[in-house]
Write a protein that binds this ligand. Sequence first.
Ligand SMILES: [Zn+2]
Length: 321
Amino acid sequence: MWIIDGHCDVLLKLWNSPDQHDFYEEDSALDVSYYGLCSTNSFMQNFAVFVPPRIPVGQRFLAAAQQIDIFYQKVLQDQSKMTLITNREELDDLRVTREKDDHTRIGAILSLEGADALQGEIAYLRLFHRLGVRSMGLTWNYANEVGDGIQEIRNGGITRFGHQVLGEMKKLKMICDVSHLSIRSFWDVMEHTDLVVMASHSNTRALCPHVRNLEDDQIRTLIQKDGMIGVTFVPYFVYQPANESNISHVIRHIEHICELGGADNIMFGSDFDGIEEKVTGLETTKQYSQFIHMLLQYYPSDLVEKWAWKSSYVFYSKAFS
Ligand SMILES: [Zn+2]
């Protein structure tokens, strides 16, 4: 079964320690590597650009630009293996190639985790779009020029500049990723019509009371807006105590989203290479095969196929057309 994954931080690792990692190395220590993706029959992987909060405000655009350069140099280095997906035609072409039983070509979507890299400049958003960025999370955990993240205790919403950014994202047909947003920012975003929304790596708060997880009314609203929810493998968002989290706990989050009416809105957003601790049995992208195998023991294959790639394929396809 093909896999589409909505979030990983491999670019951050390659940027932090360029000499330690090789994306194309067969026994790479990365959670997400080309051979790892191949071994698990990956169809497409979303690569996030993340600028850590320690980077001074004036240098955040540069840090993001450096990570995008790494994406082109080190991930898209062999374009017969990794193909950048920026529009519907490219997505359809990839599917045609894969259907010819060529499982060595994998799609790559580029995204920005946090609008901090814009440094308050709408021009930078358009430049990122030209460089291939097709989805953007507005904040990480803290406040930036666009709005507040979930760890800001004041729970502020979207700023005036943030609304301008959202307007421009609509024009550019960029996907708005709501993972990490404060509760108020989330609802401010939901007031926008015609905006394509997803939560690329968040679980359900009803099952695991972490602030990064989504409340039921947030999940229902994402479903109403045809948005996607990327069930994530971050132990702290899966189960508490985190060190006891396992695959069956991940499945419970899927089950809960289904109960809320979201069986067609589920995808996966592993957060691989962005996490030190792992869910037992879901340590790297290679374990996707076992995970799918386990899902097939509980659910019909057409449903598992939707979660694994089909629903997100349809979502990306609509977003890009
Ligand atoms: Zn994140």
